[in-house]
Design a protein around this ligand. Structure first.
Ligand SMILES: Nc1nc2c(ncn2[C@@H]2O[C@H](COP(=O)(O)OP(=O)(O)O)[C@@H](O)[C@H]2O)c(=O)[nH]1
Ligand SMILES: [Mg+2]
Length: 536
């Protein structure tokens, strides 16, 4: 079943569920909101402790300074950053009213002030911006895990946040108990009977790892590698990526002034550069005509010590062209890898993730409001959850990543590729680039099918292994079906870099605005449904 077919079936089930509850206006309104969401950009919740770097990373991902950074712990409002034709701030009250705050530009002070309202005053803040980086995804900044507001409102707040999102990007500088607890709740609440397929963990502020010197990123990578082998964390998240959000943000929003200042600094002798970089004080206050102190101060605030050091080193080695410098720094910040992972895991799988969210809505409502006949709905829900090949692919990828299932070495990488780990498009699944000829793809598919058929009759494999092989075989068969009948699913373009984003066909239509349906925005299903989708 292609992602489209899966989504269509999930959509149909959601509509049937709406019909089933049509005499209950609150539930049907809530379900209508869920239905509308299926045509809106994918929603990714950005979670983490206070000052984990959530706002900074949101800006880096979006490629614009929208989210106010360095906010105090008082930030307690879920803030949605979504695409809109013009800058707009919408305040949603807990009673479903929506107020439009007139703005001509989105300034940090206004947003920060609004973020300091209490959750019983402001249910959510919606920041709309015409930034291209927001066409494919809506990012939701959640209040800091373990912050006062989350501790006060406890699990229901978490349930609310998670029920709002199709996927989660979780930031941590190093995982603590509270992080693990939060990730566990994501696991309990969202996965239901599916596997954890929608969480990426970013090891944020990686430039500060260890003593924060030039080796910081390697140190962060070593820590990430250790956690990649940690079964607890692995069961919550398949992707752990060190990232320097600050550098990503600075590069994604680099100004002429930044570039000029870096150029001037790079023309100093190596020993002068080294001396400048000895301390923040020296960097800002040393006498230097070409770049005034306040400019250097701003550069340091924006790029951080690590970022400046890396930029100068790159420029010394000949990377002086602005675009090339930006690309190299984005690589070094980990932002490119994070973008690609978000794209592969979330954007390219958006139909499966949306279908999953729709099923969870059906699950939540049918559990919270059981009534005669609901069993039939649940039966359909369970069939859809159990049978779709997409889930099997995602489940197997997760098992391969966590080491629960292992193939022999060369097969392991091929299996992941065929399952869509490197992208959903046929060429990506077959390890070719976009320019590959159809005939070559067809040959490669037949060869892969033969290899995996051979595996499927290996008598030495246990049941779990045989099932895994069957799933890979099924993916090969689907490639053949696509080649014969044409792809059943439009795969969005890859968008690895916020500056080079191309809109997928889906999002050229633009998101649908929701201010006309304030009630449809209610985060909880009615009648005490919070946590009702928990399995325990
Ligand atoms: N050195 C460094 N500082 C960062 C990084 N990301 C964020 N920060 C700083 O950490 C502070 C908190 O960041 P912010 O994004 O507001 O965190 P939030 O509370 O999670 O939204 C700010 O002063 C940021 O400049 C990073 O990658 N490296
Ligand atoms: Mg913040």
């Amino acid at each position: 079943m292609s992602g489209d077919a899966l989504l269509d079936r999930a959509r149909a089930l959601l509509i049937r569920t709406m019909t089933f509850y049509r005499d209950d206006p609150r539930t049907s309104t809530w379900l209508r909101g869920r239905l509308e969401r299926l045509d809106q950009p994918l929603r990714i919740a950005v979670g983490g402790r206070v000052k984990a770097g959530k706002s900074t990373l949101i800006n880096a991902l979006v490629g614009a300074e929208l989210a106010p950074t360095d906010a105090e712990e008082r930030t307690q409002v879920n803030t949605f950053y979504q695409y809109g034709p013009e800058p707009k701030i919408l305040v949603h009250t807990p009673h479903g009213a929506v107020q439009n705050v007139p703005v001509s530009t989105l300034d940090a002070v206004t947003i920060r002030d609004l973020q300091h309202w209490r959750p019983d005053e402001v249910a959510r803040l919606v920041i709309e911006s015409p930034t291209p980086g927001l066409r494919a995804i809506t990012l939701i900044e959640t209040p800091g895990v373990a912050s006062a507001v989350v501790q006060e409102t406890g699990r229901s707040a978490l349930a609310q946040i998670l029920s709002e999102a199709d996927a989660v990007l979780y930031l941590t500088r190093y995982p603590r108990q509270t992080d693990l607890q939060f990730l566990q709740s994501v696991n309990e609440l969202q996965t239901a009977r599916c596997v954890p397929i929608n969480t990426i963990v970013a090891f944020s502020r990686a430039d500060e790892t260890g003593s924060g010197g030039p080796e910081a990123l390697q140190a962060a990578e070593r820590i990430a590698e250790r956690y990649r082998n940690d079964p607890t964390l692995r069961s919550f998240a398949q992707h752990l990526i060190p990232v320097i959000g600050l550098l990503g943000q600075a590069v994604a929003t680099m100004t002429d002034e930044d570039f000029l200042a870096l150029g001037n600094l790079s023309r100093l002798s190596q020993s002068d550069q080294d001396e400048l970089l000895l301390s923040a004080d020296r960097f800002i206050n040393s006498g230097m005509e070409s770049t005034p102190g306040p400019v250097r101060q701003r550069l340091l605030e924006r790029f951080g010590h690590y970022g400046i050091e890396r930029a100068l080193a790159l420029m010394r080695s000949g990377v002086t062209e602005r675009k090339k410098l930006q690309a190299a720094l984005l690589d070094e910040s980990g932002l490119n890898l994070l973008q690609e992972t978000v794209h592969q895991q979330f954007v390219e799988r958006q139909d499966a993730l949306r279908a999953r969210s729709a099923l969870l809505a059906v699950d939540m409502v049918s559990r919270a409001n059981p009534r005669p006949g609901v069993q039939q709905l649940r039966g359909e829900f369970e069939r859809l959850l159990a049978n779709a090949h997409e889930w099997n692919e995602l489940r197997l990828l997760s098992a391969l990543d966590s080491g629960q299932v292992r193939f022999a070495r060369p097969l392991q990488a091929e299996a992941k590729r065929l399952l869509g780990a490197l992208g959903d498009a046929p060429h990506a699944r077959l390890g070719r680039d976009e320019t590959a000829l159809a005939v070559d793809l067809a040959d490669e598919t037949v060869a892969a099918l033969a290899r995996w058929r051979e595996q499927s009759v290996n008598p030495l494999h246990d049941r779990q292994h045989r099932e895994a092989v069957r799933t890979v075989l099924r993916s090969c068969e689907r490639l053949i079906i696509d080649q014969v009948h044409g792809p059943q699913q439009q795969t969005p373009q890859r968008q690895p870099n916020p500056q080079h984003q191309q809109d997928s066909q889906r999002h050229q239509q633009g998101p649908q605005h929701q201010q006309g349906h304030p009630a449809a925005q209610r985060p909880h299903p009615p009648q005490n449904a919070s946590g009702a989708h928990s399995r325990d």
